[in-house]
Design a binder for this molecule. Structure first.
Ligand code: ADP
Ligand code: ASP
Ligand code: MG
Length: 402
């Protein structure tokens, strides 16, 4: 068997945990399996490095930020190989350059293009445990890129696919995927399994337990992913195509606090307004999420939208620069908002899901600022301070706990 095992930062936060992870990997190796270990940076290293960059520059160059934050994963990989050497296990750490993990060029948000498997295979044949840095890649200029926050999961799935691994295990600090973040909702229930599509929505809508690109890639290449705890032996959650269970109405509730809302006020109510506005952001590579347009009166209208909070300053700057061409009165940003979503394939055939969600929020006196729906999800924008309370209210309304 070839197993890819990925461990997140909290699973590596102390020397004792690093040794525990090393021991766990060695168990499979001693059984005769080929083991590839993918690691994130230790503890909160990535956050600390980003904050360091911001202390010396308001807008650190993206290339240099990637060069900086990719170092966290290299520290983790090397220290793991060192921990394994103390267990008398032959192990080798490799970074993205050494493996040959090629990505697109977009710093901070790169996508895998091609992964060379020769070096890894060669080391496995030599009966070594191969430890690979997560989160990083190299572009066509051999510069270091990173895959976006949480991207080590994607490295694991990409490697599992490229190596045609028999198993892809993501070890983290919770026992699996729950009906809501168990840290926000203590009575959330662990799901034995979940479909790619539902997990993709949950991950994209704020459930940080898996990187959304990892789920996207797992679906595309049909990689079965198991999410489980690095701290115990409990069974985790299986993410795969078809679920044997009866489809649940709702599979989960997700909260994303990393969003801002921008309102563009006093636009002209005429053809082309939305096009001019949003093509500006598209050209700058800024993703826009929920959009709300007021009905026009007196020839004027307002458009509000949400975007990732890291993009808000740049978006406002673009708006101000193009004010004369776009012709609006003012643009305002609101930072204290959060996106709350319910996800479930069962929703398609069940009317009344939205009403039930809105009722739960109304009962708690929580105001809804924006709404968006698809076949398998409903998303609302609420005040960030009420976000966690809202998660619990909606989770209870759908009776998702045991
Ligand atoms: P790692 O460092 O292992 O990658 P992350 O912090 O990225 O860990 O992801 C694990 C965290 O995801 C958990 O600690 C939990 O708070 C959060 N989380 C959010 N939504 C969910 C969910 N639906 N099920 C489980 N965990 C969730
Ligand atoms: N260390 C990176 C981050 O904090 C990647 C990861 O954890 O998956 O985002
Ligand atoms: Mg993670």
């Amino acid at each position: 068997m070839l197993i890819v095992k990925k461990f997140g930062g909290s699973s590596l936060a102390t020397p004792a945990r690093i040794i525990a992870v090393a021991r766990r990997c060695v168990e499979d190796y001693r059984k005769g399996d080929d083991v590839v270990v993918v690691l994130s940076a230790i503890g909160k290293t990535t956050d600390e490095l980003i904050s360091l960059a911001r202390q010396v520059a308001d807008r650190p160059p993206k290339r240099e930020v990637d060069m900086l934050i990719s170092t966290g994963e290299q520290v983790a990989a090397a220290i793991m190989a060192i921990a394994m050497s103390a267990l008398d296990i032959r192990a080798v750490s490799l970074n993205a350059f050494q493996v040959g993990m090629k990505t697109t060029g977009s710093y901070g948000n790169a996508r895998f293009r091609r992964i060379d498997t020769d070096r890894i295979r060669h080391e496995l044949e030599d009966r070594k445990i191969v430890i690979v840095t997560g989160f990083q890649g190299i572009n066509k200029y051999d510069d270091v890129t990173t895959l976006g926050r949480g991207g080590s999961d994607t490295t694991a799935v990409a490697l599992a696919s490229a190596l045609q691994a028999d198993a892809c295990e993501i070890y983290t600090d919770v026992d699996g995927i729950y009906t809501a973040d168990p840290r926000i909702c203590p009575n959330a229930r662990k799901l034995p399994e979940i479909s790619y599509d539902e997990m993709l929505d949950l991950a994209s809508l704020g459930a940080a337990v898996l990187h959304n690109r990892a789920v996207e890639m797992a679906k595309k290449y049909n990689v079965t992913v198991v999410v489980r705890s690095s701290m115990n032996r409990n069974e985790g959650t299986v993410v795969r195509e078809v679920t044997g269970l009866e489809r649940m109405l709702i599979s989960g509730v997700a909260l994303d606090k990393n969003v801002d809302r921008i309102a563009v006020i006093g636009l002209r109510d005429e053809p082309g307004t939305a096009f001019r506005l949003f093509s500006l952001f598209a050209k700058a590579g800024i993703n826009i999420d929920l959009i709300l347009q007021s009905s026009g009166h007196d020839g004027m209208k307002d458009i509000a939208f949400t975007l990732a909070d890291g993009d808000a300053d740049e978006a406002l700057e673009l708006l101000e620069k193009n004010k004369a061409r776009l012709r609006f009165r003012t643009a305002e940003v609101q930072k204290d908002v959060a996106k709350l979503s319910v996800v479930g394939v069962g929703m398609m055939s069940n009317p009344g899901v939205a009403a039930k969600m809105f009722e739960a929020l109304y009962n708690e006196g929580i105001n809804i600022q924006m709404i968006s729906t698809s076949e398998i999800r409903i998303t609302v924008l609420v005040d960030e301070r009420e976000g966690e309370h809202a998660v619990r209210a909606v989770h209870d309304a759908f009776e998702l706990s045991e």
